[in-house]
Design a binder for this molecule. Structure first.
Ligand SMILES: Nc1ncnc2c1ncn2[C@@H]1O[C@H](COP(=O)(O)OP(=O)(O)OP(=O)(O)O)[C@@H](O)[C@H]1O
Ligand SMILES: [Mg+2]
Length: 691
């Protein structure tokens, strides 16, 4: 008896020494797997087992996986996964209590991984008080293990866990590096997509792959409601479940996150009454599910919530994951911001387009171009003939002759009339901005390019692009314009991909392009490209017969607009308008009539309603001289000047006409006028009359 006890004691001492030796050896390894292998070897040797394994729980699931093993068939191992709570190993994991089984045939829970196993020892492997795996050793003999073996195994596994904890620190660091990589990866990937839904999908897939996210959702405020939120998009949640996801500020987890602006993590939603399960998602109650909800903020204001679900692992990991989700939320916030901006722009553009189009159709048909002179009839004919084609059209004409009006009539008369009419004035946009206005740019193409910008070419897609004042297009851009018009493709600044466009180009200028070509300021090839059809608008001087029609047209237009009842114009006033030579063409005439309608005291426009430059003309107007004089007399601006003005105009006209009559011979003209030659010369100087 005595001897037996001594023998036992010696045995114990021997084992303790072995453990000590093992601990030292394990301490020297920094690699977790190496440590576990060493540990398993010793456990098998010390207990006299024939095989063994160490299983660890897979990070994002309820399964235990073989980490290291000995004496077991690899094929079997690969195909075996044990769920938490299942079999001996699964139960030891779940309960954290070691088990000794000396006859597996009487244990109904046993899962055979080797045919001939009869006995088994299983102890939990715990870290920070949490079970992370199970150490098993087994034998083909019945009653192979003792309580002492169990204790030994337990001691070793506790030691090993301590060392593992240290190596875990490294792993933690590694995990953080990996986390950073994934974040970078996510932001790069979502950079490439435009739609918020697609970005969300990318983020969720990445989180599912790397962190075992089961479900996710993006909750945003309902439009125009400061209290209600709904699920904008979700991951692994059905449409029906999504439709039930309506949240109120302050209510439930999501509502609280919105209210407080702070993240909330719930370790296990099955055991938390704050979690309302608004979407009524059916989940397995046996699996603890964590819920992490973080606010999405733009400039400090909560605009929504990002929430994910995953299998609960432990408190530390949950904390880490909350941190990660906060970072993901800030990436998402930028996307939401960009998306909302795009939505707004789209909406206002759509509205603008609709109203513009309505206005365009109403006001810019051929009917709104007034004129029945022969010159204008020709223009109308030409517009009608070429409107519904895709040919490029160049409209020429002095300032104010109606080039823009003609361009709009061409658009409205074409089958593109429901598409956009986009115009750009090449003269009024600073040269350095013109290229990006026309072709657009990609985000980051240059400093200041904070987002993508669509150029006019793209905005005009499906419609007409009107390049006004094309003569002012800088030479270096003409080449790019030529390419775009030839290939019907554009390349935004900073982009490597070409975009196909379907547009019709109409351009206009009041400059003499032939002259510009000769001076090398305009590319001849571009000229031919743009000028497939040329429409030349006559000046108002060339179609004075249209003046009465135009005057009545503008009179009605402004009478209506200003709520006036001006319907007529006196004969003399109309004649005065017809005798003027209108350097500003129709725009100038329109302005004069607009002003006259405003000033008219009765229903008729009189000479006194005209601006002084019209009556104070160099040429004596083709109206009754007494009416003309009357206009001066009634105009207060001429007080004290009338005599000089009127007599001066008549004197000048008289000298001009006489010079023509006498074939520009000064001697004969002086004689004809009955004044001396010196007087004629000084008068001609005074009135700037040249021969
Ligand atoms: N035939 C016309 N009938 C009615 N209104 C006209 C006509 N032609 C021009 N107008 C009016 O005259 C004004 C000037 O026309 P528009 O802007 O089309 O001229 P433009 O040739 O483009 O001038 P600019 O060279 O100065 O840009 C507009 O208010 C337009 O509505
Ligand atoms: Mg114009």
């Amino acid at each position: 008896m005595e001897e037996k006890n001594i023998q036992k004691l010696e045995e114990k001492i021997k084992r303790l020494k072995l453990i000590q030796y093992l601990t030292i050896a394990m301490n020297e390894t920094s690699d977790a797997r190496e440590l576990l292998t060493l540990m398993l070897d010793k456990c098998i040797a010390l207990t006299g087992a024939d095989s063994g394994s160490i299983m660890l729980k897979e990070p994002h699931s309820r399964q235990l996986k073989f980490e290291v093993f000995k004496g077991l068939e690899e094929k079997v191992i690969k195909n075996t996964k044990i769920n938490v709570g299942e079999g001996v190993t699964g139960t030891v994991f779940q309960d954290g209590v070691p088990r000794l089984i000396n006859d597996i045939s009487i244990d109904p829970a046993y899962i055979k991984i080797r045919k001939d196993i009869q006995s088994e020892l299983a102890v939990p492997l715990s870290l920070h008080g949490k079970v992370i795996g199970v150490v098993n050793v087994d034998s083909a003999k019945k009653n192979a293990f003792t309580e002492d073996d169990l204790e030994l195994l337990h001691t070793i596994s506790n030691q090993a866990a301590q060392i593992l904890a240290r190596t875990e620190l490294y792993q933690d660091l590694e995990r953080k590096i990996k986390l950073k990589d994934i974040l970078i990866n996510i932001s790069q990937d979502i950079e490439k997509v435009l739609e918020l839904k697609d970005s969300f999908e990318i983020i969720m897939k990445k989180l599912a792959d790397h962190f075992g996210i089961l479900r996710g959702m993006l909750v945003l405020f309902e439009k125009g409601d400061a209290n209600k939120l709904s699920v904008f998009t979700a991951y692994h949640i059905t449409e029906e479940e999504m439709s039930r996801g309506i949240y109120k500020v302050g209510l439930g987890v999501v509502g609280k996150v919105v209210e407080t602006g702070k993240a909330i993590s719930i370790p296990n939603i099955h055991q938390d009454s704050a979690f309302l399960n608004k979407m009524q998602i059916k989940r397995d109650k046996n699996i603890p599910i964590s819920f992490i909800a973080v606010p999405i903020k733009v400039e400090g204001v909560v605009i929504g919530v990002l929430a994910v679900e995953k299998v609960f692992e432990n408190g530390y990991i949950l904390q880490d994951e909350e941190g990660l989700m906060i970072l993901i939320a800030s990436i998402t916030a930028n996307k939401v911001k960009a998306f909302e901006k795009m939505l707004k722009e789209k909406e206002s553009l759509l509205e603008e387009n609709i109203s513009l189009r309505k206005e365009l159709h109403k006001n810019f048909g051929l009917n709104n171009i007034v004129g029945n002179s022969k010159a204008m009839e020709e223009v109308f004919d030409l517009i009608q003939t070429v409107a519904d084609s895709n040919s490029s059209i160049l409209i020429l004409g002095e300032s104010g002759t109606g080039k823009e009006l003609a361009a709009k009539a061409l658009h409205v008369g074409s089958s593109r009339k429901d598409g956009p009419f986009v115009s750009i004035n090449c003269a009024s946009i600073p040269e350095n901005l013109l290229e990006s206005e026309l072709f657009g740019y990609k985000k980051g193409a240059f400093t200041g390019a904070a987002g993508d910008k669509k150029g006019k070419f793209l905005l005009a897609n499906g419609g007409t692009l009107f390049l006004d004042e094309i003569g002012d297009m800088p030479l270096y851009l003409q080449a790019k314009l030529l390419r775009a018009t030839q290939e019907r493709e554009i390349e935004p600044i900073g982009s490597e991909t070409k975009i196909k466009i379907d547009i019709r180009i109409i351009s206009a200028t009041n400059k003499n392009l032939d002259k510009l070509i000769k001076e090398g300021k305009f590319r001849e090839d571009l000229y031919y490209r743009l000028n497939v059809v040329e429409i030349k608008l006559p000046t108002l001087r060339e179609r004075k017969e249209d003046i009465p029609l135009l005057v009545h047209y503008f009179m009605n237009k402004y009478s209506e607009r200003d709520n006036k009842n001006v319907k007529n114009i006196s004969q003399e006033t109309l004649r005065l308008l017809q005798s003027y030579n209108w350097p500003g063409n129709i725009r100038e005439l329109e302005n004069v009539v607009e002003r006259a309608v405003l000033l008219a005291k009765s229903s008729t426009i009189e000479i006194s309603n005209l601006p002084s430059f019209l009556i104070d003309t160099e040429e004596v107007p083709d109206i009754q001289i007494s009416k003309w004089i009357e206009a001066f007399v009634k105009n207060p601006t001429y007080e004290g000047l009338i005599y000089k003005k009127l007599v001066g105009h008549i004197e000048k006209e008289l000298i001009n006409k006489s010079l023509i009559h006498k074939n520009r011979n000064k001697f004969k003209t002086a004689e004809f006028l009955g004044i001396n030659r010196n007087t004629l010369r000084s008068k001609m100087e005074e009135y700037h009359i040249q021969i």
